[in-house]
Structures are given as C-alpha cells and as structure tokens.
Design a protein around this ligand. Structure first.
Ligand code: SF4
Ligand code: SF4
Length: 102
C-alpha cells in the first residue's frame, strides 16, 4: 500500500477544526465538553493557526508533544482546499466554513 502524498503544512488549521487530537479531546473533556467540533485550543497568530496546547506547554514537554502530533510531517488531508491552494484562512473567513456535524 502506498502512503498518500503529503504537502508542507501551511497552518490553515483545517485539520484541528475538523477533528481534535487526543490533547484537544482531553482538554474539552476537562471542561465538561464532548470533544466534538473545532478544537478550542486552536489559535490564530496573525499569520497562521497554531496549537495552543503546544504553545502553552512547558518547554520540557514540547519536543514530546511535537512528536506525538507529528509536527513537521506535512499535510496529507487530500480534501483540504487550503493546503491545495496555499491559502490560510483568517478567523473571519472560517466563520463561513462548513461545520462538521455530529
Ligand atoms: S496544512 Fe494540513 S496539517 Fe497543516 S494545519 Fe492545514 S490541514 Fe492541518
Ligand atoms: S489545536 Fe492542538 S490540541 Fe487542538 S486538535 Fe490541533 S493539535 Fe490537537
């Protein structure tokens, strides 16, 4: 089986708005939420979307978190138009983005 092709991550945040990773789910559950929907830890830095969980983690934990989240491995979300076109949506633009149901 051939792995899907990957592109460089442009920080569009699409993946974290469509499904949370285990850190995002855990954070939601701690707040009494169900963990579905866009990750509330996703953060806009003025240029791209970044992971707030990673940003706020102690420096000593960052390498481990980056490994767990496969930072630097690229994007293999073939249904993601942002990665295909290279456009990083601003917070205003994602207000019009289709929301995941369920
Ligand atoms: S480019 Fe891909 S991996 Fe990077 S934030 Fe967007 S959907 Fe996620
Ligand atoms: S923003 Fe961070 S914690 Fe949330 S889903 Fe993305 S990688 Fe996981």
């Amino acid at each position: 089986m051939v792995d899907p092709p990957t592109k460089a991550c442009i920080g569009c945040g699409w993946c974290c708005r469509k499904a949370r990773c285990i850190f995002g789910i855990s954070a939601a559950e701690k707040k009494g939420e169900n963990g579905k929907g866009p990750c509330t830890l996703l953060r806009w830095n003025g240029e791209r979307w970044i992971c707030g969980f990673y940003e706020d983690a102690p420096e000593s934990m960052k390498a481990q978190i980056a490994t767990e989240l496969s930072f630097g491995a690229g994007c293999c979300a073939s249904l993601n138009d942002y990665a295909r076109t290279g456009h990083v949506p601003t917070p205003d633009e994602i207000d019009d983005e289709p929301k995941k149901s369920g």
